[in-house]
Design a protein around this ligand. Structure first.
Ligand code: ATP
Ligand code: MG
Length: 341
């Protein structure tokens, strides 16, 4: 079986971009491939973090994987830092990585705030750890969003470089098997949903580390929060709604989100929405988002990832059930009373 690996950082909240760009696609791969999905906590410490929050977020992210449909009887789910080999291989790969390759990385340039000397070294070397996450398991495919394309290309180049330097004949002479040391992996970037954009700016990607929570829909956002975020999200004053107009990035983004969560085709959404006004569309989008995320949220809240939360959930459900039982007893008694009278 071909092998698939992927992961999400446990920083802040998992959002619609992570879901549509990565997690949702993992589910369909579980049956066909050998799948490994991990929570990449070591990547989450490249920016300032709070240790106790990180620990909670790691469990929360794992619970969300399961709530979204990752099935542990098919996929391996684990925490990256629990497997020391990720960091060990990273060190070995670092010594084969030209620094120029890392300086070119767009995400480093974006996150390092242009030459700030206080930025951690790990922000620069992060892609080497990502390469290690992938190459360690001799992975065939890596389902990720568009933003990871460059990092995946670096992983492939690194695998080829190590294979060239240490694999092949040289490796064989030293007692190795010959051939490639590392399998060169391929990115699986979905045709739609690979780049979900911010709700407040259609030109930047939806991101966990963006300071404003208004810019993203988190998978665990309550109904009212989703409604409020959609109500306040950026739109434009063109007539009607359309895909692919470069002057309307927000419109394209919101239509694409609608298309993906309703499971319709682009043509169906175009037909449905071309003469719609923003008010009607926003109401439809809000309903669709709430409907789609509801089952994920329900499963998440009853998953025993944290004892306090679980206890509360059980108490709540217990209360609801108890109330239903009382109603049932009253109804049955009333029915019996009527029947006998
Ligand atoms: P950060 O801002 O801290 O980097 P993030 O939102 O980019 O967080 P990651 O944990 O880095 O989240 O990414 C997890 C997965 O989600 C990756 O496969 C990434 O490509 C994908 N992803 C992230 N943001 C988006 C997005 N806006 N649209 C589609 N896919 C995305
Ligand atoms: Mg990211």
């Amino acid at each position: 079986k071909k092998r698939v690996v992927s992961g999400v950082q446990p920083t802040g909240s998992v959002h619609l971009g992570n879901y549509l760009g990565a997690i949702k696609n993992w589910i369909s791969l579980q049956d066909t491939y050998e799948t490994l999905f991990f929570i990449v906590d070591l990547h989450a410490i490249t920016l300032p973090y709070d240790a106790s929050e990180l620990s909670k977020d790691t469990k929360k992210t794992a619970a969300l994987y399961l709530a979204c449909g990752v099935d542990t009887s098919k996929a391996s789910v684990f925490v990256q830092s629990h497997v020391r080999a990720h960091v060990e291989l990273m060190w070995l790969l670092s010594s084969a990585t030209p620094i120029g390759w890392l300086n070119r990385m767009i995400q480093f340039k974006e996150k390092s705030l242009k030459g700030d000397e206080n930025v951690g070294v790990a922000l620069l070397t992060y892609p080497v750890l990502m390469a290690s996450d992938i190459l360690l398991y001799q992975s065939d495919f890596v389902p990720v969003g568009e933003d990871q394309k460059q990092h995946l290309e670096l992983t492939r180049e690194l695998a080829e470089r190590v294979n060239f330097l240490y694999g092949g004949r040289k490796w064989k002479k030293r007692g190795g098997k010959g051939g490639a040391l590392f399998k060169v992996p391929e990115a699986l970037i979905p045709p739609a949903g690979a780049r979900v954009m911010s709700l407040t700016d259609g030109l930047s990607k939806m991101s966990k580390s963006a300071p404003s929570d208004q810019s993203r829909i988190n998978l665990l956002d309550p109904k009212e929060v989703i409604a409020n975020k959609i109500k306040r999200c950026k739109t434009d004053s063109f007539p009607g709604l359309e895909f692919d107009n470069p002057e309307r990035p927000e419109c394209n983004n919101l239509l694409s989100i609608y298309q993906l969560i309703t499971g319709r085709t682009k043509e169906e959404v175009t037909l449905e929405c071309r003469d719609m006004n923003w008010g009607t569309f926003k109401a439809n989008l809000t309903d669709a988002l709430i409907d789609h995320l509801h089952p994920i949220q329900v499963i998440f809240w009853i998953w025993p990832y944290n004892s306090t939360e679980t206890l509360l959930a059980f108490l709540l459900f217990g209360f609801i059930r108890l109330r239903n039982l009382v109603f049932l007893i009253i109804l049955t008694t009333a029915a019996l009373a009527i029947y006998h009278s």
